[in-house]
Design a protein. Sequence first.
Length: 404
Amino acid sequence: MPYTSSTLPKIKISPRGVTRLKSGHVWVYRSDIVSASGVLPGSLVTVADERGKLLGTALYSSSSQIAIRLISREPVADFPALLRQRIADAIAYREQIVHHTEAYRVIFSEADFLPGLIVDRYNGIVSVQILTQAMDTEPVRQTVLAELTERLHPAAIIERVDPRVRELESLPPRASGLLQGEKAATTFTMNGVHFHYDALEGQKTGAFLDQRENYAAAAQYAHGEALDVFCYQGGFALHLAPRCSQVTGVDSSRPALEVADQNAALNRPLIERGPEKNEIEWIEANAFDLLKDYAAAKRQYDTIVLDPPAFAKTKHDLDSALRGYKELNLRALKMLRPGGILVTCSCSYHVSQAVFLEMLASAALDAHRSLRLIEVRGQSKDHPILLNVPETAYLKCVIAIVSN
Ligand code: SAH
């Protein structure tokens, strides 16, 4: 079906919505929709102000609080062609900036001008996540799959479904599974470290690709006895092992630790290059309880990584999230020897970098430690940050050294 801007349904938005789009953002909330009667879920629409002046072309959701995601500030004559071009551009960007890895994010939703679409690559397996009504329509799915196949030649494409997102978008339930090919598991290498990947297991889309560059950065400074708290499948721990005399990983998820142990086996020669040929020790525990016990027992480390799940899922959780971050960081700081390295992360978008650093400063004061910042980092470059769309920047990773 050809799309032309004249035949597209038109949605009018309030002055507040107009201001938001003019400030460079691409979202309009439902409360700023003036009229959208009869517009079908997931439609391509034109967006106009109350007087009818056109502001661009967008994808419409009849259900989400984010009613409109702008896809172009111009009329769109051929939507499938635009999708194909945007996918080609996203792939070309990765060719330019992603190195030393077989696993990376190929498409990062708004930041790649493809709102509602996330695509990751793990060696020969491509994993697709669809987050909106518009991206879930059959013609869009077909176009996306055809373009990914043509450009990446994957052995398999799998879809990872987030049931909560489908519910929010009023989309019918759907199971995660293979869309193409037969292979759901593989191994991949990043920064010279090997990982198992099973497309249909694990949390999120598999590995935490957004930390890829932070793993390598942390490894540069890591030494001595290291503790990787919230270690999942061992991302940080495996990168630290060749530099450290002893590494312990802690997580509350047994399945994650089982994969971590398999990953350690894959990297045996690498780990044995370390100063002492110790096994990585994996501990299944609640991190808060464990840190409390270890701090009480006056345990000491030279390197501690803190990479908890997002504590602030909404801005209402901010205060309790900050208390959680502070407790973890305070305990870790107390356990670091002089010269010790703290690698502390937050993936909560609602905790800004400034607020995160303030929390850390306050934890250092309370712990009576002087902390110097070595690196203040964010997400890997394959998760680009689109200026004027602040929600695309979410990961903080601070590397600091305790001087007394
Ligand atoms: N550092 C990891 C990613 C961590 S994701 C990497 O780079 O791959 C957050 C992890 O925290 C998950 O593996 C989850 O199982 C774990 N987790 C959540 N709550 C926890 C708790 N209270 N104690 C210990 N682990 C927890």
